[in-house]
Design a protein around this ligand. Structure first.
Ligand code: PMP
Length: 405
């Protein structure tokens, strides 16, 4: 397929604006992705033409809203190759991990059990587990990485001792870009009866993901990083887990029958979807799935790999620039520091040139500790970026170096 990336870039209205008098170069897609008109229009059309609450009304609008919401669930399920009735819609990854922590782990873990987490986890896949560990007496163990930013596999196998009950690991690192060999890791965990919680936040936007083939117990993701609206996302779990887990939140929508003596819960996934969800957002996320599928995830991955190669080569020419994360399999994320420039100062000066990069710990404090740094700058790419934008980034860093040097 001969993909017209210039035309595709034109689908994103925000990308034609300027910032500080310069054309915007948006390199913060790992933080949140920009939205194409197809997604913006789907949200707009819902509020203009179909707005009603779901699952409650027999009137036309209510039925239209429910149908569109459930159609989005079907699209998402197909996108990641799972059954729609095993896909719980959440406000994002954070809520999904907390759901697993409180509904699955809390009733099962006891003192002496171990929750194994990788060094490269986002805080969303660390803090909920610490809260559960505190309540149950379980311990957190860390699976270490090497200097390239890859999981140390022999050490991981060693860390998978009998007392490990849960392994939380990211599919793709939001800081290093490392793509973890998640199928292999889940296979080893299964042998040892360890439940696997895979954070797919940074994987779904950038590659074809077949959750069924991964062989995990739980797979979580967030919609806003895959061109969908904020406040959307999901949790896939094996049906047997969803049946056995108690609800996390109680309220409307998640029940079949409520009496003061006893409430009968709805079937999964609705059992975990109390209250009015982000209906317009989920419908927008469905439109995002359509949009990504129309381009093709293989094409997206190929384009982003080309941008990564181009940017890595260009950035490496800059004296005093250090890149964090050089895994052999890597998504289009580059964390870096420039000698003599504090990351926040650098990001602020780049912003003056219209260039958006993130600076800080990227919600991965333990990873920063590993590399012995307080913060990095992170340029994260999406298929709508261009080589010209990367040239602008490189030129701007040179300018900053001169300014500070
Ligand atoms: N995990 C990873 C790897 C992430 O990159 C992020 C978002 N930066 C999250 C979890 C949290 O996602 P959300 O804030 O959308 O729940």
């Amino acid at each position: 397929m001969n993909t017209d990336w210039t035309k595709i870039r034109g689908d994103f209205p925000i990308l034609s604006r300027s910032v500080n008098g310069k054309p915007l170069a948006y390199f913060d897609s790992a933080n949140t992705a920009q939205k194409p008109s197809a997604v913006i229009d789907a949200v707009d059309a819902f509020y203009r033409e179909h707005n009603a609450n779901i699952s409650r009304a027999v009137h036309t609008l209510g039925m239209e809203a429910t149908e569109a919401f459930e159609a989005a669930r079907q699209k998402l399920a197909r996108f990641i190759n799972v059954r729609p009735d095993e896909l719980v819609l959440t406000s994002g990854t954070t809520q999904a991990i907390n759901l697993v922590a409180y509904s699955y782990a809390l009733p099962r873990l006891k003192a002496g059990d171990v929750i194994l987490l990788s060094r490269m986890e986002h805080h969303a896949n660390i803090v909920p587990w610490q809260l559960i560990a505190e309540r149950t007496g379980a311990e957190i163990r860390v699976a270490e990485i090497n200097v390239a930013g890859e999981i140390d596999l022999p050490a991981l196998w060693q860390a998978m001792t009998q007392d490990v009950k849960i392994l939380g690991i990211t599919h793709v690192s939001n800081v290093l870009g490392t793509v973890n060999p998640i199928e292999q890791i889940c296979r080893e965990a299964r042998k040892r009866k360890i439940a696997t919680v895979i954070d797919g936040s940074q994987a779904l936007p950038h590659r074809k993901v077949d959750v069924a083939a991964i062989g995990c117990d739980f797979y979580v993701f967030t919609g806003h990083k895959m061109c969908g609206p904020t406040g959307t996302g999901g949790l896939w779990a094996k049906r047997e887990h969803l049946e056995a887990m108690p609800p996390f939140f109680g309220g409307g929508e998640m029940i079949k029958e409520v009496r003061f003596e006893k409430t009968v819960f709805n079937d999964p996934p609705h059992k975990f979807e109390a209250g009015t969800p982000n209906i317009a957002g989920v419908i927008g996320l469905g439109a995002a799935v359509d949009y990504l599928e129309a381009i093709g995830m293989e094409n997206i991955q190929q384009r982003e790999q080309a941008l990564l190669t181009y940017a890595t080569h260009a950035l490496k020419q800059i004296e005093g620039l250090r890149i964090f994360g050089e895994a052999s399999e890597k998504a289009a994320v580059i964390s870096f520091q420039v000698e003599g420039a504090h990351s926040h100062d650098l990001a602020t000066l780049l912003d003056l040139e219209g260039i958006a990069v993130r600076s800080g710990q990227h919600c991965a404090h333990p990873l920063m500790e590993f590399f012995g740094v307080a913060a990095t700058c992170r340029a994260s790419f999406a298929f709508y970026n261009t080589e010209r934008e990367i040239d602008a980034l490189v030129a701007a860093i040179h300018k900053v170096r001169k300014l500070l040097g």
